[in-house]
Design a protein around this ligand. Structure first.
Ligand SMILES: [Zn+2]
Length: 205
């Protein structure tokens, strides 16, 4: 009866488990990932590579609109990211923006759910400093087209002075993070880091 109320399998590896994710699928700490080419990011933190079992849970949360699972991922992310911030002190947390049409369809913005959890855990304020106009989905485009598709669509909405931590769920080419960091640095921000759940290129530096 309880499995109708609460899932009893890990969303990443499928093994029997009380709760959404088993301990085997959650890395104990974040990694430093390579900074994408041609960005002004000061550094990138990621929880896992996109090929790892945990990425299955990220896909489920995003594409099956599973807010409960995204919150579980966000809490684990916040637990592991907060200690890393002692070596990279920041003033503000900014979620990478999603078009409002996508957020309406999904019911939530994964980046905002993650950023809220990190803000709660670390005590660093979160501000929705960036907005993005609706356009083609980045996931359907190649590297060059992604950058072209974003041109002029990512905009600063509120000031974000000081050192900023951008937060997103997945890092692929870095086009959205690049556009966001350029907007922030062109405004009041003095440095921008990025933290993501999954990175395609996780060979640590
Ligand atoms: Zn598992």
């Amino acid at each position: 009866m309880t499995e109708w109320i609460w899932p009893t399998c890990c969303a990443a590896c499928g093994t029997s488990h009380q709760g959404r994710l088993c301990h085997h699928c959650l890395p104990v700490s974040l990694h430093r990932a390579p900074v994408p080419d041609d960005t002004s990011l000061s550094g990138v933190f990621c929880l896992t590579g996109y090929a790892a079992p945990l990425s299955q849970a990220v896909r489920q949360a995003k594409y099956q609109h599973d807010l409960g699972l995204m919150r579980t991922l966000a809490d684990a992310f916040a637990d592991r990211l907060t200690p890393a911030l002692h070596n990279a002190p920041i003033d503000l947390i900014v979620p990478v923006p999603s078009p409002w049409t996508r957020t309406l369809h999904r019911g939530f913005s994964p980046a905002t759910v993650l950023a809220q959890a990190v803000s709660r855990r670390s005590g660093v304020p979160m501000v929705q400093a960036l907005g993005i106009a609706p356009g083609k989905r980045q996931a359907t485009l190649d590297r060059v087209s992604r950058r072209r598709n974003l041109r002029g669509r990512v905009r600063s909405r509120r000031p974000a002075p000081g050192r900023v931590l951008l937060i997103d769920d997945v890092l692929t080419t870095g086009a959205t993070a690049r556009a966001g960091s350029l907007e922030l640095l062109g405004d009041d921000s003095t440095a921008v880091w990025l933290a993501v759940l999954c990175a395609y290129r996780q060979d640590s530096t």
